[in-house]
Design a protein around this ligand. Sequence first.
Ligand SMILES: [Zn+2]
Length: 98
Amino acid sequence: MKRVFSSHNTVLVHHSRNLLEAEGIATEVRNQMLSSAMGELPPAECQAEVWVVQDNDAARAMDILRRPPPAGPDWQCASCREMSAPQFTQCWKCGAYR
Ligand SMILES: [Zn+2]
């Protein structure tokens, strides 16, 4: 297990996980509950984290997360009408596929 991403923003954490899973990399999200306890714990310990299950996927995972987002306009979810950025294949709000 290796940590490849962490953020206070759980939406970003889940999007990062989706990007990796879409590339066939097995991941685990940790600490997502702790991030709601912000203010009670030191901030560095409240970040939600994405871990890769296989250590040898870590380098590729970080490459994927560093890729510049594809150019293009935001897209609108067909089921809930939320706007998502072009790099995401799933609606951040309801999880529907683009
Ligand atoms: Zn949606």
